[in-house]
Ligand binder design. Structure first.
Ligand code: SF4
Length: 95
């Protein structure tokens, strides 16, 4: 489980490993934006920010990664933590 409060692009720019859903040489749209857009202390994200993820070719892989890795912070694949937790519970109930 990941416990860092860094947004995807903040994490990417640090020495931490790049999440493996991001292929080498690919620059996701969030990389071009203010990292704080993807990390809100109140975990509230505007439709405009979510739309950045919806335009991203990695959206589904990003969301899947965040759900399965237990990421608790930030917007990943257009999903906030509450949405990911709900999907995680549904997946657990279905298994
Ligand atoms: S889906 Fe969003 S957070 Fe994930 S890589 Fe794409 S733009 Fe970044």
């Amino acid at each position: 489980m990941t416990t860092s409060r860094q947004a995807p692009q903040q994490r990417w720019m640090t020495t931490q490993p790049v999440p493996d859903f991001i292929p080498h040489g690919v620059t996701p749209p969030c990389r071009e934006e203010d990292p704080e857009l993807f990390f809100s202390p109140g975990e509230r994200y505007s439709n405009e920010v979510r739309a950045i993820c919806h335009r991203c070719p990695l959206e589904s892989k990003c969301a899947q990664w965040a759900i399965t890795s237990g990421e608790q912070w930030g917007l990943w694949g257009g999903l906030d933590p509450a949405q990911r937790n709900a999907l995680r519970r549904q997946m657990e109930l279905a298994s």
